[in-house]
Design a protein around this ligand. Structure first.
Ligand code: NDP
Ligand code: 8X3
Length: 251
């Protein structure tokens, strides 16, 4: 039987590209997000290639996370691969000017949400002594850039959680690793700038950023290594990007 992969944040960007690639490679999919119409559309399209279940929940809501994941039955009850991808930046402000609602959103979604989803799934992996968890971090979890403060803190937390999971789940034979991308052109900046598409587009102008499909390709590589191989931590940037603040632009 093919492996079952649960992807959070599957309705857009990196998560959606992963869903599409994994569907084409016959993985069974559990796709999660809050936008039901997008989940329906994905189920309709990808359902032509593989078995797809969808779950609608906000990762911030602990009760809903557990209820949704525990509602899975039959062939979807066993989750072989968890891709902790849901997350976003909210705002880009100096620390003294930051919006506390943005801070709550980033810490609640990127950190606590990732923990809730993991907590709902890890016990079944421990019981089976197998499983694979991929945490989507960021270059923002490896360095801090001006005005990145709390988003960077949330992704540094993902980096620490990734390491902690690997240590604590070692004895259970569970693979744990992170994929940390640099700039990827998705809805990320649109969310960060609260729907200001003009400002969001500028982030990716004048250079070739990563495409979500590039990251999906890497995640597929990570997941398809032989069982004794665990890619523990991987950083990927566009060729034009050297660090969070150094990007070779033509304009
Ligand atoms: P997108 O905005 O395109 O996608 C974000 C996804 O997360 C959506 O599917 C969204 O679904 C989901 N999501 C957001 N908030 C919640 C929530 N509260 N509950 C459940 N799902 C939620 O951005 P990306 O694809 O770029 O981001 C995916 C991950 O990659 C994030 O963790 C991000 O930090 C990380 N990343 C992104 C980079 C980039 O440059 N784009 C670079 C490095 C890392 P819905 O709204 O339907 O709930
Ligand atoms: C997303 C990349 O540089 O916008 O994590 O923080 S960045």
């Amino acid at each position: 039987m093919s492996k079952t992969v649960l992807i959070t944040g599957a309705t857009s960007g990196i998560g959606k590209a992963v869903a599409e690639l994994f569907a084409a490679n016959n993985f069974q999919l559990i796709l999660c997000g809050r936008r039901q119409e997008r989940l329906n559309a994905l189920k309709e399209t990808l359902g032509k290639s593989t078995q797809v279940a969808t779950l609608n929940f906000d990762v911030r809501n602990r009760e809903d996370v557990f209820k949704a994941i525990h509602s899975l039955v039959g062939k979807f009850a066993q989750i072989d691969v968890l891709i902790n991808n849901a997350g976003n930046a909210h705002g880009l402000d100096y620390i003294d000017e930051g919006n506390t609602d943005d801070w709550d959103a980033m810490l609640d979604i990127n950190v606590k949400g990732l923990l809730y989803v993991s907590k709902a799934i890890i016990p079944q992996m421990v019981a089976r002594k197998s499983g694979h968890i991929i945490n989507i971090g960021s270059t923002a979890g490896k360095e801090v850039y001006p005005k990145g403060n709390v988003y960077c803190a949330s992704k540094h937390a993902v980096d620490a959680i990734n390491q902690g999971m690997r240590l604590d789940l070692n004895e259970h034979g569970i693979r744990v690793g992170a994929v940390n991308p640099g700039l990827v052109e998705t809805e990320f900046s649109e969310v960060r700038f609260k729907g200001d598409t003009e400002r969001a587009e500028k982030v990716y102008q004048g250079f070739q950023p990563l495409k979500p499909e590039d990251v999906a390709d890497i995640i597929h590589f990570v997941v398809t290594r032989p069982g004794h191989v665990n890619i523990a931590d991987l950083v990927v940037m566009s060729t034009a990007q050297a660090s969070s603040t150094i990007v070779k632009k033509t304009i």
